[in-house]
Design a protein around this ligand. Structure first.
Ligand code: HEM
Length: 463
């Protein structure tokens, strides 16, 4: 790496011409953050955008930059302050020693064996949701998948069955927490009281209350060590009761922050993956037939024993996570001045790692805008560098729930596919979508995460 003296002579990265004058970026990003980023960053691996609130944002959109920021030179890129705003001391936000201790404490719940032990509970929750569906029903697909994944999360990690028609507070609060990153709000200075920011505060308060209630209920039950703990809540309560070696990880607020983090991180993203996979299946009859043939070979509803054989199902999910990565940007902040591709990134500035941009780069994918699960077939000719595919991030901060999410998504997609075919109700879901984007792009909305736009409805047809 260049010395600091050399770097200080490097230019800062360019503002891309396609993004218009930097002073207009704030307004250009508001109507459609994805379209703005696609336009601005398509010809640049390193580029600057500018917003009235955060100021200059440094965008890195090459796999080698992701690897550097997440693995090789990760001390130079800390988690952004925004994570703290949303999740306080939750695992997703903390750094250093505190992060290591928390990750160690939670890891037993996400080991391969633990995750596989959730399969039965996942299946029951998935069946309970699907049993509420009837032939001819009309569903808002993203909303329905959110219900399903929240129910799975509560059943497996929290040992609690959510009421099918109830628990509305928790269900809507997670969505509100996203609003901190709403493109109509995020680019503005923090003192501007936007409706999204009010929604965010309401959602954060509600989720904290829900987490406190869950922990209070769990405090009644015994649990003493990670090995004996049956679920997340008893594990957390057990840690608190033992007092712990290091008090600072274990304060009540910090336990609460883990619960808030897992409620948020553990269901919205998987819901988007399922909704967008089903969206693509609905408009691709040939792919749907192949998918149906694969799952119709199963004896009954999919179980843990079946998952390895569901190759087409897996490729559909892999491709969905490529084309529509729910976490489309990883926000970081530079801890010191660094040089990237001959450009200078100063200390203490926002650095955004563009997962979506990397996943849609023609240098690493043939026909990158096309949904093509076949590209993931064994022996498929495409070759790509490390971090050209990173829907779960990478390095030590790789998503702790990756295996959980993939197992759940596979079981749910197969269970839905065995019983129902979905067809789109025309005309829905256009509220957040942009006419300027790729013509075949589904209606998407994006703030902290990317998802199928609210109101994108589908008819259910029993098979
Ligand atoms: C398809 C579903 C999912 C996607 C695409 C996804 C994506 C990600 C990504 C990209 C990160 C890294 C963030 C960063 O480096 O800034 C992350 C971290 C995390 N995810 Fe996931 N995630 C998913 C499902 C889950 C599930 C099911 C859980 C829990 C049940 C979960 C819990 C977490 C936590 C706690 C972290 C922080 C880990 C750490 O910093 O050590 N995620 N996720």
């Amino acid at each position: 790496m260049a010395s600091t003296d050399d770097q200080s002579r490097d230019p800062k990265p360019p503002y891309p011409a396609a993004a218009g004058h930097p002073l207009t970026h704030t307004f250009r990003t508001m109507p459609d953050v994805l379209a703005f980023r696609d336009r601005a960053l398509s010809d640049h691996d390193v580029a600057r955008t500018h917003f009235f609130g955060p100021g200059d944002v440094y965008n890195l959109t090459h796999p080698s930059h992701l690897k550097r920021a997440l693995v090789d030179d990760r001390d130079a890129f800390r988690k952004s302050e925004d994570f703290r705003v949303a999740f306080d001391d939750g695992l997703v936000a903390v750094e250093g020693k505190q992060w290591r201790r928390q990750r160690q404490a939670l890891q037993p719940l996400f080991s391969r064996d633990s995750v596989r032990s959730y399969a039965g509970g996942m299946n029951e929750a998935i069946e309970r949701r699907i049993d509420t569906w009837d032939h001819g029903d009309r569903i808002d697909l993203q909303a329905e998948m959110k219900r399903l994944t929240l129910e799975v999360l509560f059943a497996t990690l929290f040992g609690r069955e959510l009421e099918l028609g109830g628990d509305a507070e928790i269900r809507s609060a997670a969505g509100d927490l996203q609003a901190w990153f709403a493109p109509t709000s995020y680019p503005l200075p923090a003192w501007v009281p936007t409706p999204a920011r009010r929604r965010f505060k309401r959602g954060r308060r509600r989720l904290r209350e829900a987490a406190d209630e869950l922990l209070a209920e769990a405090a009644g039950g015994p649990a003493s060590s990670p090995a004996e703990a049956e679920d997340l809540l008893s594990l957390l309560v057990g840690i608190r009761q033992r007092g712990g070696a290091d008090g600072d990880v274990l304060a009540d607020e910090q336990l609460r922050d883990q619960v808030v983090t897992l409620i948020f991180a553990g269901h919205e993203t998987t819901a988007s993956t399922l909704a967008l996979s089903l969206f693509e299946l609905a408009r691709r009859p040939a792919l749907r037939d192949r998918f149906h043939r694969e799952i119709d070979r199963l004896e009954g509803d999919p179980t843990l024993a079946d998952v390895d054989a569901l190759e087409i199902t897996e490729r559909i999910l892999t491709e969905t996570l490529r084309l529509y990565p729910p976490v489309y940007v990883l926000p970081r902040e530079s801890t010191r001045q660094v040089a990237v591709d001959g450009y200078r990134i100063p200390a203490d500035v926002p650095v955004w790692l563009g997962i979506r941009q990397v996943h849609r780069d023609g240098r690493f994918y043939d026909a990158p805008e096309r949904f093509r699960p076949g590209r993931w077939r064994d022996g498929a000719p495409e070759e790509r560098p490390d971090f050209a595919y990173a829907p779960f991030g990478g390095g030590p901060r790789l998503c702790i729930g990756r295996q959980f999410a993939l197992l759940e998504a596979k079981l749910a997609l197969a269970a839905i596919g065995r019983r129902f075919t979905l067809s789109r109700v025309e005309g829905g879901g256009s509220a957040d979508s942009s006419p300027s984007r790729h013509a075949r792009e589904p209606p998407l909305s994006a703030d902290m995460t990317l998802r199928l736009a609210a109101g994108t409805e589908f008819y259910l047809r029993e098979r």
